[in-house]
Ligand binder design. Sequence first.
Ligand SMILES: C[S@@+](CC[C@H](N)C(=O)[O-])C[C@H]1O[C@@H](n2cnc3c(N)ncnc32)[C@H](O)[C@@H]1O
Length: 188
Amino acid sequence: MIMNILNYAHYLLEGSIEKGETVIDATCGNGHDTLFLSRVVGSTGQVLAFDIQQEAIDQTRQTLIENNYTNVSLILDSHANVTSHLQTKDIERVGGAIFNLGYLPQSDKQIITSGDSTVEAIENILPVLKSKGLVVLVVYHGHEGGKDEMQTVLKYAMRLPQRAFHVLQYGFINQQNDPPFIIAIQKR
Ligand SMILES: C[S@@+](CC[C@H](N)C(=O)[O-])C[C@H]1O[C@@H](n2cnc3c(N)ncnc32)[C@H](O)[C@@H]1O
C-alpha cells in the first residue's frame, strides 16, 4: 500500500524516534501531531510544541487533556526561536521534528507559516538533531502565500550538503488541487 501523506510523515518519525527523547512539533495547530509525538516518546520523553496562535495552544492543550498526556511543553512562540526553549541536555540529542505548513484549519487563513521563519527554524533544529534524526515537513501550498513558502523551503532543502543530510521528497503526482507533499531531512 502507498501511504498517504500524514501516515507517511508519522511512519518516518516513528521509525527514528526513541522513547525518552525530546522532540519538536514546530506547528502544533489542533494538536494531532503533538499527540502522536507524545505517544511515541512516552512518559519519559518530552514534546516541545510551538504555535504563534493562542487558539492553537489552547486547542492542543485540550486534545492532550482529553487523551491524558502530560509530557508536552506548549510554547506560544515562533518555531524560529526554538533554540531558546531547548536545554543543554538536548543539544545533538533532539529525536526529531515535524512541521505542518499552512494555516490552522477552520481558522484565520491569513495566519500562515512563512518561508523565512520555517527555514530559520530548520536551520536552528538541524545542529541540535541527533545523528539519524529526522525533520519532516508536510508542505501545504494551495493557499495564498503557499507557493512562496514552498519555493523557499524547497530551494533551501535541495541545497543541503549531501555528505551531511539525506533529503527526500514524497508526494502524489497525479492528484488535483495542489496536494501536500513531504520533505524529510535526515541527519547522517
Ligand atoms: C497547518 S497548521 C498545523 C496543523 C497541526 N499540525 C495539527 O495537527 O492540527 C499550521 C500552524 O502553524 C502555526 N504557525 C504559523 N507560523 C508559525 C511560526 N512562525 N511558529 C510556530 N507556529 C506557526 C499556525 O498558527 C497554525 O496553527
